[in-house]
Design a protein around this ligand. Structure first.
Ligand code: MG
Ligand code: MG
Length: 256
């Protein structure tokens, strides 16, 4: 839990700068969403996001991000059993797929980090329900992003919502503080105990990101060393917003 020592409180002026980064990131995600259709490649989606981010003077923060080797693209494009960190390429989307797009924008020295999952054309009822539960789990978590609560309250709300609907949450990947760096403290897992964890204070900015699997919570990493898939090959979904804790209501920073 070394990230928990790296919690950076932002001033209102810094949060305003983060809101701008988050807005551009949201515009990039919207542009990608509009382009998603059968026959489109994930590399084409990646180019759309990069062009939009750069047109606003931003930088795609994922590109070159350190890992087993520097991450090679602007977005994560994770299809079906791919949970997170899917690398865009020449794979063509087909009717019935579901795709998760995760993107991060650096602008004004701050990062906005957000993700969504959507169906390609007509999808199965189970896939639709998975997407709806994952998206709502994000908002269940955000509701607890209030000063005086603890990270465990956010984590527990997400876990309660998802597991009571028969789906599973990864234990290996978590939400995280975000600011000048894409990964700051605190870590916010998608499972936890109410009243435990880090005390939330105004000026904390955290990416909340439920990552949900149909079959089991277990994942593995593909030989490309980035792409995380469900161990059993079942469908997965991912939603994320960067959210500021304020003196009042939580403020979502990654809206258009
Ligand atoms: Mg993200
Ligand atoms: Mg994130």
């Amino acid at each position: 839990m070394s990230w928990d020592r790296n919690i950076v409180i932002k001033s209102p002026a810094e949060i305003a700068l983060m809101r701008e980064a988050g807005r551009v990131n949201a515009l990039a995600l919207d542009a990608v969403r509009k382009a998603i259709a059968p026959g489109v490649t994930t590399a084409e989606l990646d180019a759309i996001a990069e062009e939009l981010i750069r047109s606003y003077g931003g930088e795609p923060i994922f590109k070159g991000y350190p890992g087993p080797y520097p991450y090679p693209a602007t977005i994560n494009a994770s299809v079906n059993e791919e949970l997170v960190h899917g690398i865009p390429g020449n794979r063509k989307l087909k009717e019935g797929d579901i795709i998760s797009i995760d993107c991060g924008t650096l602008l004004n020295g701050f990062v906005g980090d957000s993700a969504f999952t959507v169906g390609v054309g007509k999808i199965s009822a189970e896939a639709q329900r998975l997407i709806e539960v994952t998206e709502q789990a994000l908002y269940e978590g955000i509701r607890y992003m209030r000063a005086g609560n603890r990270t465990g309250d956010v984590s527990a709300a997400i876990q309660r919502y998802v597991e009571s609907r028969g789906f599973h949450l990864t234990r290996e990947y978590t939400g995280h503080g975000v600011g000048r760096d894409m990964h700051e403290g605190p870590q916010v897992p998608n499972y936890g105990t109410p009243g435990r964890g880090i005390l939330l204070r105004p000026g904390m900015t955290i990416a909340i990101e439920p990552m949900v699997l149909v079959g089991t919570a277990r994942t593995r990493v593909r030989p490309d060393q980035w792409t995380v898939v469900s161990a059993d090959g079942s469908l997965t979904a991912h939603f994320e917003h960067t959210v500021a804790v304020t003196k009042g209501d939580p403020m979502i920073l990654t809206l258009p």
